[in-house]
Design a protein around this ligand. Sequence first.
Ligand SMILES: [Fe+2]
Length: 457
Amino acid sequence: MILWIVVLFSSYLRENLNSLRILESNREIKMSTKTSKYIPVDTKHLKLNTILDFDIFIQTGNNFVLFRKQDLPFTEETLNNLAANKVNTIFVSEEDREKIGGYCRPIENRDNINIPDKCLTAPFDNPENLEKYYKTYINYYPIERGNLLPGSRIDFNVYNKSNLDVELYVGPDIGNNLAGIVPNDIHNAQTAITIHKDDIPLYKEYINNLSLELTKSKNDSSDLQFSILRENSKFIIKDILEDPRSGETIQKASELVETLTDTILDNQSNFSSLLKITSHDYYTYTHSLNVCSLSIGLGTNLNLKRDPDLLELGLGALLHDLGKCTIDLRVLNKPGKLTEEEFKEVQGHVTAAGELLVSSNTEIPKNAMFTILQHHEKMSGKGYPQKLKGDQIHINGRIGAIVDFYDALTTERPYKKAFSPFEAFKLLSKFQDDYDKELIKRFIVMLGKQAQLERQN
Ligand SMILES: [Fe+2]
């Protein structure tokens, strides 16, 4: 399977290299008519053999000319061409600031993912923008468009969201007759939407009513059912992470894992719908839900028993990042490089979770604890906190490590773009010495099957 993916990728790259040669031979360089500003990027920060999703410009005198169109690879040959023309700095349009930020910093080591960080361009180098980013991140709660029914009434404001700001989209504050009515075209757009955190109770009520309506009307839209389950799961996980010492934590988490496990067992062919989180933001609760669902899915494919194996695996996966609630949000979601101290603080979330559960006298099955304590260990012994190797890592820890890695790669973060599943598989196979090879294969096959079934439906 891994070989198949690598072969597929090579042929894709070959095809694109051909188009690059044609472009270069024609010297398709033209004057830019854009009036926007340009961001300088040192060529040494650009990653070789990657597909750029933004245009590259070079400066000649006071003008910026288009050198390379987007969607073409940046290769050693391209770099040599630039060097031969004494070009050490390329320029990217201000409009593509977020893209270059994500491109240059594909993954930071805070996830313990061993990918070289070749570029130092930060997406938020302006302190005002950084403050705006934190304010939006902390005060707003991302929701999914799919959960708002066209024509239904809402008592809360919904905002369109960019990385930095929000803009009122629909809700009572619009101030006309249709103010609180969800527009018919709500599902057409792809941009992220969000609500103010103070409106979460109103949104919860809306979701509950939607769920009741769905039951009453015997509507069997599994997509909407999954979407409601996902939204309710996020509320529960958010509550757990905000008050992990509460005596009800494990009770609430166990009940949720039972629901998720039964849903996955009943819908083995389409449970990936549970993962369709379209939010462009990373929050620990969405990551925890994804890691939990994917771990149960993989466990199901390994024919693990529901009780206790899948339930324990799911519980550990749901709570795997519990220790992150002890980390300052500004560090956890910092859209830039972490200092060494901050990096250590983030890594400390594993032991923090263990201490938190012990101090709150919370009893948790041993097999669930393995995922919490070992999901950053690596088969090669290069992980943390204990630098365990191979069989010293419990299967639940090994599953947690693969799934955590995959979800970190495929989720957008302020300092990196979201990788496609294909790119994530490629990286998984590249770092296969760090992960259980057999489990990687089973995981890829499982997701491949889901994708195939999704295409058929
Ligand atoms: Fe973690």
